[in-house]
Design a binder for this molecule. Structure first.
Ligand code: GLU
Length: 395
């Protein structure tokens, strides 16, 4: 009967990150000793002070619908956060709280894209950008990069990719999957190109902003000429280990915020009320309250780079943020290992899953077919065991 499903769903790819996580979970349930390095989610617990705020919200009877765009107190806290961390001036009417940054991104795409519009995706890019674009019947245009340039695109590449149909660019720094962080100077050079094309909107996904290892992060909307056409996306999942709480938000020109609220009002209504109350507490806390997690991710990054560096055939760069490494493994293509021929990154990831019991994600899902994504949001012990198993499997 699946042929009766809509063309829309039939043309939609399954989320590769979630599919791999589901597969790892299923294999674990079957008794296999799988180490999951596929999902980008902190392995820490949500900090106690945030959990306490949620418990308090339950006691205080926060159980009714919230305003569609979020509680006023939360929107105030988000405005203060934008000012404090990003030097961005937003008023509450420019803020929309959603059920995760993913919903924020889907809202923006739904309200800005028409069928046939083009969206620029600097590759590698997070898997759902392309899928969300497809859902809007728009087309995505990849702007390729490689490990040799730290997965950064140039202003010349950006200029060359723009056509009269270009409506939006999805920009993500620190980047998932590469961990790349663009410098302020690099932002400004890209903005100089976009300035010449006033009809292009910028979706700036800053969900990993606090997971940075010494590199300054920057915001597209902080460039004066970009402010009026940038939608800044953020959320609490990555910074505060709150992935399952599902709270994301945007700061945007008011007319875009209003449209997102209208869209959300027909699809999900306001986000979970308890999680919203807890988010107020998370955002009001000093950024230093999460330093212990960032410090830990930093040392795990160094560890995983050292261990992967000992495996012949892995080409690595040094990711500056997020919690992923994105090695180029194309040197294995065409080789037969343990009777299995590996011709692409998907086959490589599958080989690792079957022969090392380690779940990773193929780079193909991120628009980078020479790479795989390995998340190091995992314990040091699991990282050590996983990489030594991969080494052994490839021997
Ligand atoms: N954003 C995370 C990842 O890339 C969570 C899974 C997802 O939503 O894609 O692994």
């Amino acid at each position: 009967m699946s042929q009766h499903l809509s063309d829309r769903i039939q043309s939609l790819p399954t989320s590769a990150t979630l599919a791999m996580a589901a597969k790892a979970r299923e294999l674990k349930q079957q008794g296999k000793d799988i180490i999951g390095l596929s999902l980008g989610e902190p392995d820490f617990n949500t900090p106690e002070f945030i959990k306490d705020a949620a418990i308090q919200a339950v006691q205080d009877n926060y159980n009714s619908y919230s305003p569609v765009d979020g509680y006023g107190e939360l929107k105030d806290a988000i405005c203060l956060k934008f000012k404090r961390d990003n030097n961005l001036e937003y008023t509450p009417s420019q803020i929309v709280v959603s059920t995760g940054a993913k919903q924020s991104i889907a809202n923006i795409a739904q309200v800005l894209l028409n069928p046939g519009d083009e969206v620029l995706l600097p590759a590698p890019y997070w898997v759902s950008y392309s899928a969300i674009t497809i859902l809007c019947e728009a087309t995505y245009v990849e702007i390729p990069s490689s490990i040799d340039t730290d997965f950064k695109i140039t202003p010349e590449q950006l200029e060359a990719a723009i056509t009269p149909k270009t409506k939006m660019i999805f920009f993500n720094s620190p980047n998932n999957p590469s961990g790349t962080i663009y410098t302020e100077k690099e932002y400004r050079a890209l903005a100089a190109v976009l300035e010449k094309h006033p009809n292009i909107y910028i979706l700036s996904d800053e969900i990993y902003e606090h997971i940075s290892y010494g590199e300054e992060t920057f915001s597209f909307a902080a460039i004066p000429n970009m402010y009026d056409r940038t939608i800044t996306v953020n959320g609490v999942a990555k910074a505060f280990a709150m992935t399952g709480w599902r709270i994301g938000y945007i700061g945007a020109p008011e007319w875009i915020a209003k449209a997102c609220t209208k869209m959300q009002g027909q699809i999900t209504s306001g986000a979970n009320c308890i999680a919203q109350r807890a988010t107020i507490t998370a955002l009001e806390a000093p950024v230093s309250s999460i330093n212990y997690m960032v410090k830990e991710f930093h040392s795990r990054r160094d560890l995983i780079l050292k261990l992967l560096g000992e495996i012949e055939g892995f080409k690595l760069n040094v990711p500056k943020g997020a919690f992923y490494v994105f090695p180029d493994i194309s040197s294995f293509f065409g080789k037969t290992i343990k009777g299995t021929k590996i011709d692409n990154a998907s086959e490589f990831a599958l080989f690792i899953l079957e022969h090392a019991n380690v779940a990773t994600v193929t780079g193909e899902a991120f628009g980078a077919s020479d790479c795989i994504r390995i998340s190091y949001a995992a314990s040091e012990e699991n990282i050590r065991t996983a990489i030594s198993r991969i080494k052994e499997a490839l021997r």
